[in-house]
Design a protein around this ligand. Structure first.
Ligand code: COA
Length: 198
């Protein structure tokens, strides 16, 4: 008997791709949050290769080559992601890229007893744009989107204890400190939680 599982598999995959919701572009007063594109590669790499940006991130500063490779992987993956997204944050006046915000899976059994994953908020902005409220404005849009569309009961975040700017931002966004954890490089981090009611 002729088998056609391969073809059926391809058709199913096509249907799955066709049904995938469009990437959610988010707009705020000053910003546009959109899907990563290949024209963002140099900007994304410049963040991960910047010692000020990476100072409190467990990955540490990447070389330019490492940063470009990592950026390339993320740009390629961007259209495939369902519900877990990385948004490029750009000025809605001149389209200048300012930073990125992402929502990713966070697996720490200690914090979730029902076996499910948490959604983790992450962000990086170019230092020349710090102190202008862009991170607050864009993260607020992402948080609203996540609670409205993904129907989760909470969002988590963690930051190294010394990362005062990040902790200030998270508390400004309504996160409360829930404990401590370690990142992949065993740095002591503050673990924070935001619930929809906050
Ligand atoms: C973490 C990070 C995004 C915070 O950036 P930030 O510039 O402090 O955050 P915002 O853009 O929201 O700006 C807030 C500041 O702008 C001020 N501000 C000016 N105009 C503002 C406005 N219109 N709206 C809100 N705040 C405004 C605020 O008062 C606040 O000042 P403060 O730092 O003295 O408290 C940034 O430091 C960063 O990219 N760090 C490197 C990457 C990193 O560590 N990521 C986190 C990993 S856990």
């Amino acid at each position: 008997m002729k088998r056609n599982h391969g073809w059926i598999g391809v058709q199913r995959q096509r249907q799955h791709i066709a049904k995938r919701p469009a990437f959610p572009t988010l707009l705020t007063d000053r910003l546009r949050l959109r899907m990563l594109r290949s024209r963002d590669l140099a900007f994304l790499a410049s963040l991960d290769a910047n010692p000020h940006v990476m100072r409190y991130l467990h990955a540490g500063v990447l070389t330019r080559e490492e940063a470009l490779f990592f950026a390339q992987c993320q740009v390629e993956r961007a259209p495939l992601a369902v519900n877990l997204h990385k948004w490029l944050v750009e000025s809605n006046v001149d389209k200048r890229p300012l930073g990125w915000v992402e929502i990713s899976r966070f697996r720490q059994a200690r914090y979730r007893t029902d076996g499910s994953d948490d959604l983790n908020l992450g962000f990086e902005f170019s230092p020349e744009f710090w102190g202008q409220g862009y991170a607050t404005e864009s993260n607020t849009a992402v948080i609203d989107h996540v609670f409205e569309k993904l129907r989760v009961d909470r969002i988590v975040a963690y930051a190294q204890r010394a990362n005062a700017r990040s902790l200030r931002l998270l508390e400004r966004l309504g996160f409360f400190i829930d404990g401590e954890c370690q990142d992949d490089a065993m740095n002591l981090c503050t673990f924070l939680v935001l619930t929809e009611q906050a």
